[in-house]
Design a protein around this ligand. Sequence first.
Ligand SMILES: *Cc1c(COP(=O)(O)O)cnc(C)c1O
Length: 359
Amino acid sequence: MTLHVHPDIQSLSPYVPGKPIDELQRELRLARVIKLASNENPLGPSPKAVAALGDGHDSLHRYPDGGGHRLRQAIADRWKVTSDQVILGNGSDEILGLLARAFLAPGEEAVMADHTFVIYKMEVTAAHGRPVVVPLVNWTHDLEAMAQAVSPRTRLLFVCNPNNPTGTMVNADAVNRLMDTVPQDVIVVFDEAYFEYVRDPKFPDSIAYVKEGRNAIVLRTFSKIYGLAGLRIGYGITTPEINNILNRVRPPFNANSLAQRAAVAALGDDEHVAQSRAVNAAGMEQVAQGLKDLGFAPIASEANFLYFDVKRDGRKVFESLLREGIIVRHIEGTMLRVTIGQPEENAAFLQALRNVLTS
Ligand SMILES: *Cc1c(COP(=O)(O)O)cnc(C)c1O
């Protein structure tokens, strides 16, 4: 049967998610599987968020609040912006799609790093825009080169900070220089999915640019430190003008009712965030040291994962680790990404890697 497909869509390949635990368990009949592939919080969500879900059962036959009022207000209060500066998404992934759809005409450009979150290229291409890809320097966004890559056709510029999959960050000075050089009409997208894990005090205050009225949007998510990846809820903080445009392409009930409830509760549980940060910081030490002991040089990370060159076929190591019941992420070539887990999970990963290397 003839199928008419736009060449831009034909050029895409489906996103390959981290392998689900039960699938691997079934396939390999493993008793224990540890997933360190999708940068999820190993502690799970805040108990307060779980409790809030219970209150939502009674109204599952109702559509969610399409305006997301309570959650948007809670986010606005937290970041000292107005609620018309907050947009909710079915994960912050969805907001990336809304940005591409709303602001790119066919052939218009979006500047991004060449080794970053794969969704940018996918959404830009799906919207018939043109990704303009700028190499990293030392595994880090080269913001100067990215500013130079801006043309009169550029509409969006993505800064993934900290960057997935490398874990590196760009600091406040570098972002300041970027904002001084980028034309004011270009929308700078700060994707800060790992913001709550960052420890470096030089991390930029990107919301300040939004408050100054610059064309910028800061994306955050409840999928990572808040441990609510399964509920699909993320948000953007931007100018009322950009938000107004995004709302024209936003599906009306994109943030579901349980997600909205859980997110309000999660946002109020600073203790759970602090504990998650602490577990991550300790686990980061443990895994980084373990990898160094095995002769690897993991890239210093501000997020909840480590990226390293395993110095042999990464796909083979990934597959051997699967047989040991450990799911990591093979990114490309010899590079693997491993999410920081709980201490026992980290130890099991390091032991499995040792087994794989010596077998
Ligand atoms: C995980 C992640 C997201 C967001 O994921 P959602 O679950 O859609 O909120 C966004 N950007 C980066 C870089 C990520 O790693």
